[in-house]
Design a protein around this ligand. Structure first.
Ligand SMILES: Cc1ncc(C[n+]2csc(CCOP(=O)(O)OP(=O)(O)O)c2C)c(N)n1
Ligand code: SF4
Length: 273
């Protein structure tokens, strides 16, 4: 199987603006899936609403395009009823951490075997550039014309504190790194969170001094460093990239199956209590 086999070509051309980073995330994802040798009939993608969420239309997996903020709830239901399937959930930063924030922390806490990809463009792209919980302090948006006064979440710290057993960050500039992180995240047994800094030149960049995709990619290049680099300790504007958490803990569906097994009447005793 080649990468094109994972694409629904009939839905192209895609709806993303020229220079949008979400296409790069799609590209990294299908390359990761191809190199893992996964059977596409065993993959389910559940997404909510947003430019990021539209990715579910372009992949030739089983796909559910659901409600804003609720993708992880749908994914949890699918995984719980069919634990052998591979669940991938692409979300925007608004989808994952604003309206969907509660689902996000609880899916992480449960350690259900789902790969959550947070496509962080620091804005609500689809609805016209409102600020999001990932907008940086001072960033401008349609709902913050003078700059937002709020501090952003750190998605890596949030996922880690909530209990995710695989936590990583990369950017659309670092596409090769993105492929290898997505491979590790999908192969990981448990809740995986991959934050992908993804550029939205249309709604974020042009309001925040980064007028086009190349300048936004340049920003990802100059404002991120591999984990452990001293630069990040010295400058709070520099973000670390890489895998922050990768640990084994009982996965929710497996723990539930073990409990059901324990409760099952032993053969021959008629199920008497
Ligand atoms: C319940 C509900 N509230 C609000 C909306 C409107 N809405 C659609 S997409 C969106 C935000 C999209 O931003 P994000 O999730 O960050 O994704 P992006 O478009 O930036 O990729 C909003 C508020 C909706 N569809 N449903
Ligand atoms: S509005 Fe932003 S996030 Fe949406 S398609 Fe355009 S560039 Fe991408």
């Amino acid at each position: 199987m080649g990468t094109r086999d994972f694409i629904r070509e009939r839905f192209f051309p895609h709806m993303w603006c020229p220079g949008c980073g979400h296409g790069t995330v799609l590209n990294c994802l299908i390359r990761a899936v191809e190199s893992l040798g996964l059977d596409k009939s065993q993959i389910v993608m559940a997404s909510g609403i947003g430019c990021s969420a539209r990715i579910s239309g372009y992949v030739d997996f089983h796909s559910l395009h659901t409600l804003h903020g609720r993708a992880l709830a749908f994914a949890t239901g699918v995984k719980f009823s069919q634990p052998a399937l591979t669940l991938i959930v692409p979300m925007g930063d608004g989808d994952a951490l604003a309206i969907g924030g509660n689902h996000f922390i609880h899916a992480a806490r449960r350690n259900i075997d789902v790969t959550a990809i947070v496509m962080n463009n620091r804005t609500y792209g689809m609805t016209g550039g409102q600020y999001s919980p990932m907008s940086l302090m001072g960033d401008c948006g349609t709902t913050a014309p003078m700059g937002t006064l709020e501090r952003p979440f750190d998605a890596v710290k949030l996922a880690t504190a909530a209990g995710a057993t695989f936590v990583a960050r990369t950017t659309t500039y670092h596409a090769r790194e993105g492929i290898s992180i997505l491979k590790r995240a999908i192969a990981h047994k448990g809740f995986s969170m991959v934050e992908f800094l993804s550029q939205c030149p249309t709604q974020y960049g042009r309001r925040n001094g980064l007028a086009d995709a190349p300048s936004m990619l340049e920003y990802f290049k100059t404002h991120t460093v591999p984990i452990g680099s001293e630069k990040a300790q010295e400058d709070p504007n520099i973000l670390e990239r890489g895998i922050f958490v990768d640990e084994d803990r009982p996965e929710y569906c497996e723990s539930y199956a073990a409990m059901v097994q324990k409760m099952a009447p032993s053969s021959g005793d008629g199920g008497a209590l």
